[in-house]
Design a protein around this ligand. Structure first.
Ligand code: FEO
Length: 394
């Protein structure tokens, strides 16, 4: 495969992984993913920015060879996770003259996780520069998006920035340049929800930093290259905003449909009051869609049947994921139904205790919905409405 030139002797040398169906053994991938690697040929030195996921190493090295890359001076490790740094040992074997350039935290990671020898690593600090002759690499340390070791590499003369995982998307492509399409937006949002949302405030900070830098292109380490940086920066500005949308996310699991009826009733009443809802069947749904729903929701209402005196394990799973992803939601509540008793909401409330949300009085019923249960649900709906009204959402 002939390397595509992105700009002025900066080439794409990454690979698609169309068949990959799950990442981190957690979230399904709708479009596979890519592992982006960039070859930068200066007038005096050659650098590779980020490398390859280990199972793809052989193909990656073969491509470098077929494209006549006979020496590499610097391997820039923007991040130590193996989908980007995993091929460093093989690259060092193929190009023994190369030096790995990275920050102090990433140095520790690649020594521990990839057994890269210390003497092969050159440590840089924030804003340090490395000359390739007619090109300069400037390093911007960006801890927290999404590991403490993350940094960006800015190619000064070309005004393009390699942002590692930040601003990426699990999305494969033939043309490396991003079409400003709904499909890419969907993949980028899903990716943000699953990987970046727990670090929302840092995402906001770095989005502004990159906006101020005003690069001509953004080169992430997953998904297509953004020739129009405003496309992805505007999306991040929206997703990382402190204010949620006028939206209630309603993940539920229901064994005999009573909980489902409660969710449907609450949803119907909220819609009548001008509030959008997103109902999510935890059992049959895709966790990536649940994560995406968390990006914009102001309120989360979890529905669960009682199982052996506690919440259904699938509801526990959804609550645990929501707590991990740290969405911007401002309120939460629960609804559920039981057969013979137990503590349905205690465990769920504890799991969500990491979120800064007002907990609205939950509604627990025995068996089927009765007149007094509808009245309790009406009170719940009113409370959600009042919360959204107080936030000027309705
Ligand atoms: Fe794509 Fe954090 O690795």
């Amino acid at each position: 495969m002939k390397f595509r030139e992105i700009k002025n002797n900066v080439f794409y040398c990454g690979l698609n992984d169309r068949d990959r169906r799950i990442f981190d053994e957690l979230i399904p991938l709708e479009h596979g993913t890519t592992y982006n690697s960039y070859l930068v040929k200066g007038s005096e030195k050659v650098a590779i920015i980020d490398t390859m996921y280990p199972p793809k190493t052989e193909k990656y090295l073969q491509n470098l060879e077929e494209n006549g890359v006979d020496h590499v001076d610097y391997i820039i490790a923007n991040h130590g996770e193996q989908d980007h740094s995993g091929s460093i040992p093989a690259l060092l074997k193929k190009y023994p003259e190369a030096v790995v350039v990275t920050n102090a935290i990433c140095k520790g990671n690649i020594m521990e996780m990839l057994l890269v020898p210390e003497e092969k690593i050159q440590v840089i600090k924030n804003n340090d520069e490395l000359s390739l002759g007619d090109k300069t690499l400037r390093f911007m340390i960006a801890p927290g998006v999404h590991w403490p070791d993350t940094m960006f590499t800015y190619i000064v003369e070309d005004n393009i920035i390699c942002t590692c995982d930040f601003l990426g998307a699990h999305y494969t492509f033939d043309d490396i340049f991003c079409p400003d399409s709904c499909e890419v937006e969907h993949s980028a949002k899903r990716y943000y929800a699953e990987i970046m949302m727990p670090f929302r405030n840092l995402c906001k900070k770095y989005t502004k930093q990159i906006r101020d830098l005003n690069p001509d292109m953004i080169l992430p380490s997953h998904g297509p290259v953004y020739k129009n940086p405003d496309f992805i920066l505007s999306l991040y500005e929206d997703w990382t905003a402190d204010e949620g949308k006028n939206l209630v996310l309603m993940p539920y699991v229901s064994m005999y449909h009573s909980t489902e009826e409660m969710i449907d009733y609450v949803s119907e009443k909220l819609i009548e009051k001008g509030i959008r809802t997103q109902i999510f069947d935890i059992v049959t749904g895709d966790l990536g869609d649940l994560a995406m729903g968390l990006v914009d929701s102001t309120t989360i209402v979890i529905g669960s049947s009682m199982v052996l005196g506690g919440p259904h394990p699938m509801a526990v799973n959804a609550a645990y994921l929501a707590n991990l992803l740290k969405p911007k939601a401002k309120a939460a509540s629960f609804v559920g139904s039981y057969g013979w008793g137990g503590n349905l909401f205690g465990t769920l409330g504890e799991i969500l205790s990491g979120l800064k949300v007002d907990v609205i009085e939950p509604v627990l019923i025995k068996g089927k919905l009765k007149k007094e249960d509808y009245e309790k649900l009406d009170i719940l709906v009113d409370s959600i409405y009042n919360k959204h009204k107080s936030l000027n959402l309705v």
